[in-house]
Write a protein that binds this ligand. Structure first.
Ligand code: NAD
Ligand code: WQD
Length: 354
């Protein structure tokens, strides 16, 4: 349960952040959201407020690189914990714009940590990614991937995640800020809230599999391009550990609870948030077809640069130490995504030039 402070959620208007804000409110936490809306809409916060029973969520359209802006918010609200989702996340774009990614993600996190230090706020949960592992099949016996797997990200986006992890371990290990840190390495988040009111609303052409499939199903796109069927897997397509976004959101509450219970000052820990089960691209497409009763036209094309054959989590550390388990299935995710996509075929926005 909550103590008397606020949980400050950066990136709280985004896909995973909005689902986590809702879970926090449902569990009785007081929440304040900071988001510059570069990849999201304030409408997500309005809907979260409704879903939580018309609870008011203070929202600030502030960039995390803005020290003074953050400082004002930390002065106004006693922040007992920070959940840090804000960041740019498109792998391909990060190759084109590495400086923007390092500035936004790394410099933004440093600014946030400085403000936390100034206000004595000492619980920090970071949205890291399985992308920090790179290709875990370069080792024997590293699938499913444990947290001890050596890291080797392959994109500027992945580098920002690993650099931030290193900064956090340094900060947690010093007497300077005395911040307790939870590093959550997400595998592949999918699905939407079962209400169909909040979900993922990517700008432009979706990079990720499920949002693309959903846009094919609602008629926004003609077909799915499958990036290679010549991998060493049961049907030739790559394997990922797809996790329902509501399970993922609940993992953050488990991490906050754990960090609140830690009495030692210098603490940091990495936890994989995944299910431990891998699915191929074709298995996901078939699950979505089953959930929607709609055929998804596919075309197999060449491999996408940077893709690896298998990213499946070993989630046992989070299972044991956080007392958290993913509970929802791929079928649940497809059902909930479909509900969101049919109720909101244009996401939070309106159909352009009807
Ligand atoms: P998202 O883009 O929906 O959410 C990120 C939010 O951060 C957006 O609302 C955006 O407007 C905001 N933001 C970005 N830069 C900001 C800045 N400088 N100041 C303030 N707000 C800013 O993405 P998401 O899928 O919800 O991802 C949340 C976090 O989880 C990200 O850090 C992402 O890297 C990480 N992550 C995501 C995935 C995934 O597949 N979705 C997987 C692993 C890790
Ligand atoms: C999944 C599978 C594709 C789209 C990315 C980031 C990672 C993390 C999660 C943030 C792959 C295939 C996809 C399409 C396809 N994000 N695919 N056609 O690449 O596992 O991970 O999101 O941290 O960092 O890299 O997810 O959804 O893009 O792809 O065939 O149009 O679907 O080849 O096998 P990925 P994804």
């Amino acid at each position: 349960m909550a103590d008397d402070g606020y949980v400050l959620v950066t990136g709280g208007a985004g896909y995973i952040g909005s689902h986590t804000v809702l879970e926090l409110l449902n569990a009785g936490y007081k929440v304040v959201v900071v988001d510059n809306l570069v990849n999201s809409s304030e409408e997500a916060i309005r809907r979260v407020e409704q879903l939580a029973g018309n609870v008011h969520v203070p929202f600030f359209n502030t960039d995390i690189r803005d020290y003074d802006g953050l400082d004002k918010i930390f002065t106004q609200y006693k922040v007992s914990a920070v959940l840090h989702f804000a960041g740019l996340k498109a792998v391909g774009e990060s190759v084109q714009k590495p400086l923007e990614y390092h500035d936004n993600n790394v410099a933004g996190t440093i600014t946030l940590l400085k403000v936390m230090r100034a206000h004595g706020s000492n619980v920090f949960v970071f949205s890291s990614s399985a992308t920090v592992y790179g290709d875990a099949t370069r080792f024997e016996n590293m699938i499913p991937i444990p947290e001890e797997c050596p890291t080797d990200p392959t994109s500027p986006y992945g580098h920002t995640k690993l650099i931030i992890e290193e900064i956090l371990r340094d900060v947690a290990g010093s007497n300077d800020a005395q911040i307790k840190v939870g590093i959550l390495r997400y595998f592949n988040p999918i699905g939407a809230h079962p209400s169909g009111r909040i979900g993922e609303d990517p700008r432009g052409i979706p990079n990720n599999l499920l949002p693309f499939v959903a846009q094919v199903a609602v008629g926004r796109r003609e077909k799915l391009q499958v990036f290679g069927n010549d991998y060493d897997s049961r049907d030739g397509t790559p394997i990922r550990d797809y996790i329902h976004v509501v399970d993922l959101a609940k993992g953050h509450l488990a991490a906050v609870k754990k960090l609140n219970s830690i009495t030692q000052p210098a603490f940091s820990r990495e936890w994989n948030l995944g299910t431990g089960n891998g699915s191929t691209v074709f298995e996901i497409v078939h699950a979505f077809e089953k959930a929607t009763n709609k055929p998804i036209p596919v075309e197999v094309v060449g491999r996408r640069k940077g893709d690896v054959v298998n990213l499946t989590a070993k989630p046992s550390r989070a299972n044991t130490e956080l007392d958290w388990h993913a509970q929802l299935t791929i079928d649940d995710s497809c059902r909930d995504l479909w509900k969101w996509a049919t109720a909101n075929p244009w996401g939070y926005g309106e159909q352009p030039d009807k």
